[in-house]
Ligand binder design. Structure first.
Ligand code: NAI
Length: 342
């Protein structure tokens, strides 16, 4: 591929603050002449309103064609029998790896030296949504029951993905996080595969294992002791919000959902209905997701350029949105970033 080739990619503005932050991010991508050729599609409430479907077939077909998407947050309609769109997308495209890097950007916060990447298994565990009720006496919902599952193959795939990432990105250590002392089979199998994969990388990547509750405590006390973390679906979901809190909250946390045939990049946060339409949303998490997307298509040069501009604008305090203690609107922030890129 030459640098002049356009790369087809699906763009989903999403709900709530989604369209505002997507506009900001695409303006910044345009400013660096990012190679994406956007195919704009709808999902979430926008899909429900337009075609009564939170994940319209046209959107699915677009992602199947491009294999690449940048997605604004989607509101999951409450009630009405709608399944979580994010979970549906992960299943539909076999997005087995949820990658959530966390890095200190603004110094002077809780920690100045956080730089870790969390890999969350995205398809199994308790999130396979096998739940039901059992009656007790007259109460049909007397007991709620959920079953999770772990497969050897998926455990191996996500753990190997984390180790490969460590090798490629010069990371020193992978920690497998589990609860094999209690969930001996469900997370024991994950740990068992972790130990096997670690053997294959011996001498290249250091291996460590940690029980999830101890990991939460250690992350809060000294996050610098972690480098790459790989864990199961539920633990990864919880720990990645914890780690985003270490560096200033959800407004700074990007994520990627990676499969063999598709990759979807998004902010970790939701559609923030409480501030939607006010023009004050922080586009940084989605911008950092776009930076991951640029690296995914091997445009390290553009990724670095945007990161340098972020450092200039956010670290210096030139423009920060309200959630980061500043007064900049989404538009002010976007303009400041574009100027820093010039
Ligand atoms: P949320 O992440 O949307 O909001 C939590 C808090 O953080 C709010 O006070 C919000 O104003 C603030 N916030 C979030 N992003 C921000 C940003 N970029 N700039 C400034 N402030 C920001 O979580 P909530 O309220 O629990 O969920 C709202 C909706 O989003 C729900 O329908 C939920 O299902 C959906 N959601 C979608 C996700 C996705 O599409 N990946 C992920 C999480 C939630």
């Amino acid at each position: 591929m030459t640098t002049h080739n356009k790369i087809p990619a699906t763009l989903i503005p999403g709900d709530g603050i989604g369209p505002e932050i997507v506009e900001s991010v695409t303006e910044i991508l345009d400013a660096v002449h990012a190679p994406f050729e956007w195919d704009k599609q709808i999902a979430g409430m926008a899909g429900v309103e337009a075609v009564k479907d939170p994940l319209p077939q046209k959107t699915i077909e677009s992602i199947r064609r491009t294999g690449l998407a940048l997605k604004g947050p989607l509101t999951t309609p409450v009630g009405g029998g709608f399944k979580s769109i994010n979970v549906t997308m992960r299943q539909e495209f076999g997005l087995f790896a949820n990658v959530r890097p966390v890095k200190t950007i603004i110094p002077g916060g809780r920690y100045d030296n956080v730089d870790l990447v969390l890999f969350r298994e995205n398809l199994e565990g308790y999130y396979a949504a096998m739940e039901h009720y059992l009656p007790v006496g007259n109460d049909p919902h007397g007991i709620a029951l959920a079953s999770g599952f772990t497969s050897r193959a998926e455990s191996r795939r996500i753990i190997k993905y984390a180790f490969d990432y460590a090798v490629k990105n010069n990371r020193k250590k992978v920690t497998v996080v589990h609860k094999a002392n209690i969930l001996k089979l469900l997370t024991g199998l994950f740990l068992e595969e972790g130990r096997k994969v670690a053997e294959e990388y011996k001498g290249r990547v250091e291996f460590n294992e940690c029980i999830v509750d101890a990991c939460a405590m250690k992350l809060v006390i000294n996050p610098a002791q972690f480098d790459v973390i790989v864990t199961t679906n539920l633990f990864g979901d919880i720990l990645s919000d914890l780690t985003s809190g270490l560096v200033g909250g959800l407004g700074m946390a990007p994520g990627a959902n990676i499969g063999d045939n598709a990759a979807i990049f998004e902010a970790v946060h939701g559609s923030a209905p409480d501030i939607a339409g006010q023009g004050i949303a922080n586009p940084l998490a989605l911008l950092l997701a776009a930076v991951m997307m640029l690296r995914h298509v091997k445009r390290e040069d553009l990724a670095k350029r945007i990161e340098t501009a972020i450092d200039k604008v956010v670290v210096s305090g030139k423009a920060r949105t309200k959630d980061l203690g500043g007064h900049a609107t989404t538009k002010d922030f976007t303009e400041a970033l574009k100027q820093a890129l010039a």
